[in-house]
Design a protein around this ligand. Structure first.
Ligand code: MN
Length: 198
C-alpha cells in the first residue's frame, strides 16, 4: 500500500508565505485522498503494489487499461505532491554550484529562469503544474503539465515543481495566483533541487 508521507516541517513552518490552513488541507486532505484512491485503484492488481510510484508513473502504458487513468491521476497526484513538499523549506537557500551553472547556461540568468517559470505558472489554464526539468541531453527546461500529469511520463526528470491548482492557494490568495507564485519563491528548497540534479 502507498502511504501519505509526513511533511519534513510543521504545517505553519512556511508562514507567512504559505499559510498553515492551506498546508494542512492540502497535505492532510488533498494529498491523502490521492493516496487512498491510488490504493483503491490498485486493490484488484495487488502485484502493482511491488512497484514504486516512480515506476508506475514512468510506465503508465504497462498499467492495465481499466485502472490506467486512476493511476495517472491519483498516482500522479501522490508523486507530484510528494515532490512538492520536499521542494519547500522554511530555511532560506539559493541555487549554487552546478545547479547555478546550468541555470545560467540554459536560461542566461537566475532572474530569467524565474521570469520564465513564473510566466509559465501564470499561464497554466485550469488545474496543473509548472516544472523545472532536465531532459535526456542534460538540458534544463521549464514545462507545464495539466491535471496531475508528471514529467516522468515524458522521460523528463523533475527538479522543481509548483502546484497551481486552486486548492494550493485559494484559501489565502483567492484569485491572486501571481501573489501565490511570488510568495512561493521565498520558500523554495534549492538544496533539494540541487540534490535531484545530481
Ligand atoms: Mn495540490
Amino acid at each position: 500500500m502507498f502511504k501519505l508521507p509526513d511533511l519534513p516541517y510543521a504545517y505553519n513552518a512556511l508562514e507567512p508565505y504559505l499559510d498553515a490552513a492551506t498546508m494542512e488541507i492540502h497535505h492532510g486532505k488533498h494529498h491523502a485522498t490521492y493516496v487512498v484512491k491510488l490504493n483503491e485503484a490498485l486493490a484488484n492488481q495487488p502485484e502493482l503494489f511491488n512497484k514504486t510510484i516512480e515506476e508506475l508513473i514512468l510506465n503508465l502504458n504497462s498499467v492495465p487499461e481499466k485502472i490506467r487513468s486512476a493511476v495517472r491521476n491519483h498516482g500522479g497526484g501522490h508523486y507530484n505532491h510528494s515532490l512538492f513538499w520536499l521542494s519547500l523549506s522554511p530555511v532560506k537557500s539559493e541555487p549554487a554550484g552546478e545547479l547555478m551553472d546550468l541555470l545560467n547556461r540554459d536560461f542566461s540568468s537566475l532572474e530569467n529562469f524565474k521570469g520564465q517559470f513564473t510566466k509559465a505558472a501564470l499561464g497554466v489554464f485550469g488545474s496543473g503544474w509548472t516544472w523545472l526539468v532536465k531532459d535526456q541531453a542534460n538540458k534544463l527546461m521549464v514545462i507545464t503539465t495539466a491535471n496531475q500529469d508528471s514529467p516522468l511520463s515524458q522521460d523528463l526528470k523533475p527538479l522543481l515543481c509548483l502546484d497551481v491548482w486552486e486548492h494550493a492557494y485559494y484559501l489565502k490568495f483567492q484569485n491572486r495566483r501571481t501573489d501565490y507564485v511570488t510568495a512561493w519563491w521565498s520558500v523554495v528548497n534549492w538544496l533539494e533541487v540541487a540534490k535531484r540534479l545530481s
